[in-house]
Structures are given as C-alpha cells and as structure tokens.
Write a protein that binds this ligand. Structure first.
Ligand code: NDP
Length: 254
C-alpha cells in the first residue's frame, strides 16, 4: 500500500512540549505532517500553530489522556481518517514521580505504569495495525537510561521503561516481516519540565544531575531529537529491536 506524492506522516505522543515537541519540530522541518496529543489544550494549540506556521505542514492535534484506551482509539482513528497513512510513530508521553517505594500508594504505582507503559502498548498496537496494512513503518519508543540503571525513588518509572525496552524487542521480532522497524532511545537527564519539577521542589540539584554523566552536563532536546531523526531518516531493517543510550555516559558510570 503506497500513497505517492504525499507528505509523510508522523504521530508523536506528548508532542506538546519537551522532547516530543522537539521531535515534532525536527520531523516537520523534514516535511512531515504531524499528529500530536497531550492533556493540555493550551500547549497543544501553541505547538500546533507553531509547527504549521514555521514549517508549512499540516498538524492534527487532540487533547487526550494517552493512558486511556478509548482516547487512544479515537485519536488514532482520526489520524488515519485524515492522513490515510502513518510512516512514523514516536511513543514519547510520560510522567515521573519521585517517591520511595514504601511511600507510594497503589494508585500512584498504577498510574505511572499506566501512562508510561500502557500508552506505548496501546499506540503501538493500534498504529501498528495500520503499518501492517501498509507493510511499512517505523516505531521509536522514548525509554530512559533508568530502564536498566535504577535510581532511588523511581521504581514504577523504571519498571515501565524496562517494559518499553521489552516491548521494543518484541515488536521488532514480530513485525519485521511487515517491514516495520522498532527501536528505543534511552535518554539520560535532559533539560525539560520533567527534571525541572524535581529541581524546583528541591529533590535534586542541577549539579547532582550533571554529575551522573561523564560529560558533567545535562542533555539538550536536540541530543534526543537528532537521534530520532537519524533513525527515522537512515534507520534500516538491519537496525531494529535496539535500545540506544543517549545519556552523556550515565550508563557506563553506573
Ligand atoms: P515533559 O514533561 O516536558 O513532556 C511530557 C509530555 O507527555 C507532555 O507533552 C505531556 O503533556 C505528555 N503527557 C504526560 N502524561 C500524558 C498523558 N497521560 N496523556 C497524554 N500526554 C501526556 O517531559 P519530557 O519531554 O522530558 O519527557 C518525554 C519523554 O522522555 C518521557 O517518556 C520521559 O520519560 C522521557 N525521558 C525524559 C528524560 C528527561 O530527563 N527529561 C530522561 C529520560 C527519558 P500533558 O502533561 O499536558 O499531558
């Protein structure tokens, strides 16, 4: 199933800010039409207007909770109805809760895993059905260095992220025959709201975050989005099922 002379299409979950928005910009700059979602209407509207104006592309957006299967179905159905084809899925939306295991409620445990892992499973399955029909697709899962190297206070986050790495390998294995490649990118600390929240609450300092890398630095949005672009643009069927660390050496220091 090939649609000729059409712009390529990428879905980016959590595309309203941070790493997701940066990836949306990167793909839009390559001429992709993009579809983004998150819970905050205001940020989505801003991101969509920015992308359309700056890159002269089409941007579909929907306010939704990616941890809810009915929301995900509605979003994916509307994207497919509008664009008829999905070349790339970037699973990116996520939250982090910095709290020790013994202090976490069962609701908190469940909600972190639901948002960080189940949303990736839902999107992969629903968008994957379309990619199977197309016999083409690229799925990139934004995981974390914490999938393998835990930090105190991030238990459900680490569980979800290691689940994402397993999801990546399983999708690669099952869907290679449909010409679908799937990889994850595992960032170290990147300068976004996710870590700024912890800094502002006094849970960690910028100095400590930097010291976890061997470069004594915090990563930039472009450190991640450039790697995403590399996989989207140059990733071949031979590069699949992998977890690529973009972490300033955090993982080798552990
Ligand atoms: P941000 O908080 O800046 O962005 C998170 C995005 O996810 C926002 O668009 C947010 O929008 C969206 N989101 C969160 N929960 C939901 C939900 N239930 N439904 C729909 N959208 C949701 O963080 P980052 O850009 O840093 O995070 C992006 C990804 O990168 C995450 O998966 C994170 O785990 C991963 N990562 C980040 C690192 C870092 O140091 N920053 C390090 C390693 C991995 P809204 O809140 O409006 O819903």
């Amino acid at each position: 199933m090939k649609i000729k002379n059409k712009k390529k299409v990428a879905i980016i979950t959590g595309g309203s800010r941070g790493i997701g928005f940066e990836c949306a910009k990167k793909l839009a700059s390559e001429g992709y039409n993009v579809a983004i979602c998150s819970r905050s209407q205001g940020e989505l509207k801003y991101a969509s207007n920015f992308l359309k104006k700056k890159y002269n592309i089409s941007c579909f957006y929907m306010t939704m909770d990616a941890s809810k299967i009915e929301n995900v179905k509605q979003f994916v159905n509307q994207v497919i109805k509008k664009y008829k084809y999905v070349n790339v899925l970037i699973n990116n939306c996520g939250i982090q809760l910095n709290k020790k295991f013994e202090k976490l409620s069962f609701d908190e445990l469940q909600s972190v895993i639901q948002i960080n892992l189940f949303s990736y499973i839902y999107f992969s399955k629903l968008v994957g059905s379309q990619m199977i029909k197309q016999k083409q697709g690229k799925i990139i899962n934004i995981s974390s260095v914490l999938s393998k190297f835990p930090l105190i206070g991030r238990l459900p986050y680490s569980i979800a992220k290691s689940g994402i790495d397993a999801l990546t390998r399983s999708i690669a294995l099952e869907w290679s025959k449909y010409n679908i490649i799937c990889n994850s990118i595992n960032p170290g600390h990147i300068s976004t709201n996710l870590i700024k929240k912890d800094i502002n609450r006094g849970l960690i300092s910028t100095k400590e975050l930097k010291q976890r890398s061997i470069t004594n630095s915090i990563g930039t949005l472009e450190d991640v989005s450039n790697f995403v672009l590399f996989l989207v643009k140059y990733g071949s069927n031979f590069q699949t099922g992998q977890s690529y660390y973009v972490d300033g050496g955090f993982s080798i220091k552990k």
